[in-house]
Write a protein that binds this ligand. Structure first.
Ligand SMILES: [Zn+2]
Length: 587
């Protein structure tokens, strides 16, 4: 190397040193930082504080929730200071919290996004993200930090700042050279080693607890014991059916169903998919729940009141026992909230199509569609394809549709065919029938009424329970279905069945899978009076204070006592017979 080269190099080094000195005088320091998408606060180790010449006395006191690391290890926050962070041509302002137990600088998700290390749509994985302000601009973002102990740290993919990575170690977290400019500013600081401190976030929740390979050993995490599984295991050990099932699975099912122990015969249909996993019986990917826990599991499955289909779908992802589908259906049928959330009816067709058009606007199609928060009615000629689009009010009513169509007909001529393929004709409702009314705004089927009049254009006059009389379109009416009073309790298949119903026995509960018997038909008033007399013992008969035992006649009489629905119900039997103990009465 020639002298000139050496001189040039020396001059360049001097220029760089003087530039660094100027920066230090201005309170600007360059140091390495690590990005942590799971961290909720930007933190710096206490030992790195001296490298950027921030005195502990200059720190603001740390207010807020305590900081904690992976595995909920508590961390000591000494204080915080405001700093401007720069990376390349991007910068952001952040509150930096000083943590005693860690080293180096760790950037939270918001600052990583603001500095362009992470793409904006990178998942933050912070549960309390709605409590934390999102960065509104790449350049300016002041961070109110809400440290929480309930987030999941995660590995970080290569981000925009990875070109500036100072660490050549293959760590899950990218390390990027960053410039830390404390507002209190002072002396110099070199690049700090990658922090080995944990993130101010605990590893709980999420599908798998993740950890940084260089921050927390896996042993430091809480042992992976699922308390729910432990409860299932304990219940399975106490459950004789579950024990018998395990034994049969281990020994193999017999050739014929009748050779299997009675307790496990309910599993005959699924015997090929049953297995034992870690002491628990599984059916495919579903856990076979012991009898004692079924009621609780059923309540959890139904907790969000999503109706039969979605509740069954939820169950098929995780749990199983014989008759679970029927029990879900019964539970939903007995739930008033689920009935209120029944889906709305499909729209009804306007006309039925027959034949191909021969002139324009002879055959038309019409339908509603929504765009940009508005509802539109589109009216199209099927021969030419010429459309008319009109804006509708938010709740497009039948009256509005009729007005619009009349307008269209006056402009284009009355079509012979009007077609709408997405509609479905709803069956007509009878006078006097009980109906559920849907609230057009909330979509809830939350009122019950009786049809007292039938109007044009599929409208009905409905009298509600409160006495109000309303006109409602057929779309907002649904035949009333009474709630099941009590859902079928989940019972073990091995539980003994009650004996068959005799004259002096109560009726057996409906067998699993069998359709529910229809509600007893209401009877005219005259029959109700007759039935009431029929259940009363005749004069001279022995007075018995015990309730009458069940018989079909008593059931009919009890049904007659129910409020009648309308004038047009079928008549009950003319003669009634009641058996009460050993005596029978006839009307
Ligand atoms: Zn429900």
């Amino acid at each position: 190397m020639s002298d000139i080269d050496k001189l040039t190099q020396l001059l360049l080094q001097q220029a760089e040193l003087s530039a660094q000195r100027e920066e230090r005088l201005a309170g600007v320091f360059t140091m390495a930082a690590r990005a942590d998408s799971g961290a909720e606060a930007t933190v710096i180790g206490e030992d790195s504080l001296s490298s950027i010449c921030v005195e502990p006395a200059q720190l603001e006191p740390c207010i807020g929730q305590p900081f904690s690391a992976v595995g909920r290890h508590p961390l000591t926050c000494i204080g915080s200071f405001q700093a401007a962070l720069e990376l390349g041509d991007r910068s952001t302002t952040a509150a930096v919290f000083v943590i005693k137990e860690m080293t180096g600088l760790l950037l939270r998700w918001f600052d990583c996004v603001a500095l362009g290390i992470l793409p904006r749509d990178f998942p933050a994985q912070i549960r309390s993200v709605e409590d934390t302000p999102r960065p509104t601009d790449d350049a300016t973002h002041s961070g109110d930090v809400t440290p929480s102990d309930d987030v999941t740290p995660s590995a970080l993919p290569a981000a925009a700042g990875s070109a500036r990575c100072a660490s050549d170690r293959p760590t899950p977290c990218e390390t990027s050279r960053d410039r830390l400019c404390p507002a209190t500013g002072a002396e110099t600081g070199g690049p700090a080693p990658p922090a080995d401190g944990p993130s101010p976030a605990a590893g709980l929740g999420g599908p798998l607890p993740a950890w940084n390979s260089d921050s927390e050993p896996p042993e430091a995490l809480a042992p992976l014991i699922d308390s729910a599984l432990e409860r299932v295991r304990a219940a399975a050990e106490r459950d004789p059916e579950h024990r018998a099932l395990s034994e049969v699975i281990l020994a193999g099912f017999p050739e014929n169903r009748h050779e299997a122990p009675p307790a496990v015969r309910a599993y005959w249909g699924v015997r090929h998919q049953l297995a034992i996993d870690d002491g628990l019986v599984v059916y495919g990917a579903r856990l076979v729940v012991p009898s004692a826990l079924r009621r609780g599991v059923l309540e959890k499955l139904h907790a969000s009141h999503q109706g039969v289909d979605r509740t069954k779908r939820r169950a098929r992802l995780s749990v199983y026992w014989p008759g679970i589908d029927k029990q879900i259906a019964d539970t939903v049928a007995a739930c008033a909230q689920c009935r209120q959330r029944l889906p709305s009816h499909a729209r009804e067709p306007m006309w039925r199509e027959d034949g191909a058009p021969t002139r324009v606007f002879e055959s038309v199609s019409a339908d509603y569609f929504s765009a940009g928060g508005h509802t539109y009615l589109v009216y199209v000629d099927r021969l030419s394809g010429w459309p008319y689009v009109t804006v509708c009010p938010r709740t497009a009513s039948a009256d509005h549709l009729a007005r619009q169509l009349r307008l269209m007909f006056s402009q284009t001529g009355v079509p012979t065919v009007c077609y709408n393929k997405s509609t479905r004709r709803l069956p007509a409702l009878k006078l006097g029938s009980r109906v559920d009314l849907q609230d057009p705004t909330t979509g809830r089927w939350n009122r019950i009424g009786v049809i007292v009049g039938v109007g044009q254009r599929r409208t009905y006059l409905v009298k509600t329970a409160s006495g109000r009389v309303l006109w409602r379109n057929r779309r907002y009416l649904r035949p009333y279905r009474p709630l099941l009073t009590e859902p079928t309790p989940p019972v073990a298949p091995s539980a003994p069945r009650p004996p068959a119903a005799g004259a002096s026995q109560p009726p057996p509960p409906p067998a699993a899978g069998a359709p529910q018997p229809p509600p007893p038909p209401p009877l005219p008033e005259r029959t109700a009076v007759a039935a009431e007399r029929a259940v009363r013992p005749a004069a001279g008969a022995p007075v018995c204070r015990s309730p009458p035992v069940w018989s079909p006649e008593v059931e009919t009489a009890a049904a007659a006592a129910l409020p009648r629905r309308s004038q047009r119900q079928r008549r009950g039997p003319g003669r009634l017979q009641v058996r009460w103990g050993a005596t029978s009465y006839e009307e």
